[in-house]
Design a protein around this ligand. Structure first.
Ligand code: HEM
Length: 129
């Protein structure tokens, strides 16, 4: 049997569904981030984020089956991601992570997820302002 992954340890698909739903609920009412999303419907963006995170943490590889290599920095080139956008994104993500209960996400897993998001948001910046 394959090794248990972070994805399995935190409750699999249901947890990633809850996390990304909470994140996009925040994006929907964020005045910095909402205008960056061209589509009226945030559902497709939510799904791409969910598939990406599931894959990153050892779950199904649906993201790459559908989208190929993530190349996230390249895919963010159309948007200015400066410190204001980074901070707005992290604010939404911190709220989303906080919405997951301690039984699902214990302290070490919460720490690992938060550290990753902070690193990823930092590395997505493509503008000094
Ligand atoms: C796509 C904004 C950081 C993962 C997008 C899109 C926007 C956006 C506007 C296009 C929406 C769409 O997919 O239709 C931002 C901003 C960030 C940020 C302002 C500030 C730091 C991140 C980070 C991650 C991430 C840190 C991963 C941990 C993704 C993914 C997509 C996406 C997976 C879909 C890519 C695809 O087309 O396959 N982002 N993002 N983003 N973002 Fe971000």
């Amino acid at each position: 049997t394959p090794a248990r992954t972070f994805y399995d340890e935190v409750g699999g698909a249901e947890t990633f569904r809850r996390l990304t739903a909470a994140f996009y609920a925040e994006v929907a009412r964020d005045e910095v981030l909402r205008p960056l999303y061209p589509e009226e419907d945030l559902g497709p963006a939510e799904r791409r984020m969910r598939m990406f995170l599931e894959q990153y943490w050892g779950g199904p590889r649906t993201y790459s089956d559908e989208r190929g290599h993530p190349r996230l920095r390249m895919r963010h080139n159309p948007f200015r991601v400066g410190p204001i956008e980074r901070d707005a994104w992290l604010r939404c993500m911190h709220t989303a992570i906080a919405s997951i209960d301690d039984e699902t996400l214990d302290a070490p897993h919460r720490r690992a997820l938060t550290d990753y998001m902070e690193m990823a948001a930092q590395s997505m910046m493509n503008s000094p302002i």
